[in-house]
Design a protein around this ligand. Structure first.
Ligand code: 5GP
Length: 120
């Protein structure tokens, strides 16, 4: 974890450290999941790995087990949210062109209703 006051510290570092509140829906050894503050679907939850990375791109050289634990965590959270049967969309905005605004890697889980075709 980064030191308090670190200029690179993001809002998600603070949520993970319990320094600011969030509507937490799941926590285990590998991931923390909480509701997005501006939901874009009936269900909109963000999943972050507990081991910090800036973006998906930053994960490319990490141990496969670490990346796998993050991805399995995303699926476990979706199941816990009751989305396994109906399905769900996972979005990982990576870098400025993708619209990433919080530079702590996070997966958006969107679902709970038909989402329409991606990009339409
Ligand atoms: P990005 O655009 O980086 O992919 O997504 C960042 C997401 O974080 C946005 O959907 C935004 O609504 C959400 N977000 C920003 N600040 C907070 C916050 O303080 N709490 C929560 N729960 N979500 C936040």
């Amino acid at each position: 974890m980064q030191a308090p006051g670190n200029p690179d510290e993001t809002i998600f570092d603070k949520i993970l450290a319990g320094q600011i509140p969030a509507a937490i829906v799941h926590e285990d050894d590998h991931v923390l999941a909480f509701k997005d503050i501006q939901p874009q679907a009936k269900v909109h939850v963000l999943v972050i790995p507990k081991l910090r990375a800036t973006s998906l791109h930053d994960l490319k050289d990490r141990p496969v087990a670490q990346i796998g634990a993050f991805m399995a965590g995303v699926a476990r959270v979706a199941e816990k949210l009751g989305l396994a049967q109906g399905g769900y969309r996972v979005v990982l905005n990576t870098g400025p062109d993708a619209g990433q605004t919080v530079f702590y890697v996070h997966a958006h889980i969107l679902g709970g209703e038909p989402l329409g075709r991606f990009g339409a």
